[in-house]
Design a protein. Sequence first.
Length: 242
Amino acid sequence: MSKSPQSIIEQAWENRANLSPEAVSGEIRNAVNAVLEGLNTGSIRVAERRSVGKWEVNQWVKKAVLLSFRLEDNKPMGAGGYTQFYDKVPSKFENYTAEDFANGGFRVVPPAMARRGSFIGKNAVLMPSYVNIGAYVGEGTMVDTCIIEDNCFIGARSEVVEGVVIEENAVLSMGVYIGQSTKIYDRETGEIHYGRVPAGSVVVPGSLPSACGKYSLYAAVIVKKVDAQTRAKTAINELLRD
């Protein structure tokens, strides 16, 4: 009776210190490749949703991904003639034809990158981004990059996500989190922005009262505006002081 890929992976994991591209059985290599192909097509998931808010990691699948790095040497990889990479994991689209892309039903906008072992659902749009091995991009998703314009300062532990635009000469203090749904409140005008920080804004973390007034919700607060000349002459620490 043949062993399942899961049992082969689990056993190989216990012996992983002794595995290398030159020292691996065909059985282990085939099991790992089968998992990567399943991840590539979406038939296998590293993590699965069991109920609302409950996700379970398939540890044996995770182990297969980690084992795959032990089974390959780094090698040069082409990228459409404009550059080269040196890695163990090839691009998901390495051998794709126009027909393959059409059947996949998704768009890949240059220079977006997806590794073999990731899944891209139909009607997804990969804006310039990176999809790692084991990732699952669901149907209709847009993986959109953020834009940080010139001469901006992003403080430590700040996060800018979901395609938000930080316009030129803006300053984000430490610990500012901004996504598409984050309220960006201009305390001088009372205006609330979404998805963009206006040029020259100095932004700190803050909060705004809820509609019912019973609690406060996180917001990014524009405490002042500076022009390029002031920005060039003034230290960041001075701009963040009020």
